[in-house]
Write a protein that binds this ligand. Structure first.
Ligand SMILES: Nc1ncnc2c1ncn2[C@@H]1O[C@H](COP(=O)(O)OP(=O)(O)O)[C@@H](O)[C@H]1O
Ligand SMILES: Nc1ccn([C@@H]2O[C@H](COP(=O)(O)OP(=O)(O)O)[C@@H](O)[C@H]2O)c(=O)n1
Length: 228
């Protein structure tokens, strides 16, 4: 680094649902003094707005026509990440089953993606120390020049067990089916699908503890910073 001053570091963490992106990214950002952005929360927020505004989720043209309307604001402190729509805190509202089941359809609409991608790039550019951005298309599309790209994976069984644990006793088989369906929709859409960037480091978290995954990513960031 020039004059020993740390340059902002941009870290992209992608992968399917339940692989540990949010927990890992938040902890890595907190440990390294970086900002943190949960891009899934932004897609959930715009989906929440579409649902509560009575927009027909089955109609991509209707979604595209209003994609620019809601004002979505993300707070990027890893110790207190926030998300609001038109000034309303939607942190809890975006986690409902209704939003989860509709988010893939809304996030497949190109006008929604270009709007949210623009927000993500401006938040990354504004992060003075750097940022950990997690999602599905960060390494491939949003921040293709990220300093480090990580692609997290885990077996469908492990991911379903983690998610149903979170949802307090939700049926593991049903959770697994819902996850697989959402992964398939996210991976097969035309505009910036869920995909591993060619230069991403893939980490299979199936047999790792969360602490081990965090340590692995922190080490990768430190190696990048040291120019290795
Ligand atoms: N390596 C791991 N081992 C066990 N549980 C994990 C691991 N990584 C994350 N979890 C747990 O799994 C759940 C989903 O993790 P999360 O970070 O929300 O995943 P994602 O953001 O990829 O959907 C959380 O309850 C989290 O604490
Ligand atoms: N960069 C991103 C992030 C999320 N998404 C969409 O948003 C949904 C919710 O993302 P999320 O990260 O909150 O999902 P979970 O991992 O919490 O299940 C995904 O299923 C995708 O449809 C996306 O299209 N692109």
């Amino acid at each position: 680094m020039e004059n020993g001053a740390a340059q902002p570091v941009i870290v992209a963490i992608d992968g399917p649902s339940g692989t540990g992106k949010s927990s890992t990214s938040k902890a890595v950002a907190a440990q390294l003094g970086l900002s943190y952005l949960d891009t899934g929360a932004q897609y959930r927020a715009i989906t929440w707005w579409m649902v509560t505004s009575g927009i027909d989720i089955e109609d991509p043209t209707a979604i595209a026509a209003v994609a620019g309307k809601p004002e979505i604001v993300s707070g990027t402190d890893p110790l207190d990440p926030t998300i609001s729509v038109d000034g309303t805190d939607v942190a809890a509202a975006i986690r409902t089953q209704e939003v989860t089941s509709q988010v893939s359809a809304v996030s497949a609409v190109p006008e929604v993606r270009s709007r949210i991608t623009e927000l993500q790039r401006s938040l990354a550019a504004a992060a003075e120390q750097g940022i950990v951005v997690e999602g599905r298309d960060i390494g491939t599309t949003v921040l293709p020049d990220a300093d480090l790209k990580v692609f997290l994976t885990a077996s469908a069984e492990a991911r379903a067990a983690r998610r149903s644990g979170e949802l307090k006793g939700a049926d593991v088989a049903a959770t697994r089916e819902a996850l697989i369906k959402r992964d398939a929709a996210d991976s097969s859409r035309k505009t910036s699908p869920l995909a591993k960037a060619d230069d991403a480091v893939e980490v299979d978290t199936t047999e790792l503890t969360l602490a081990q995954v965090i340590e692995c990513v922190v080490t990768l960031v430190e190696e990048k910073r040291a120019g290795k």
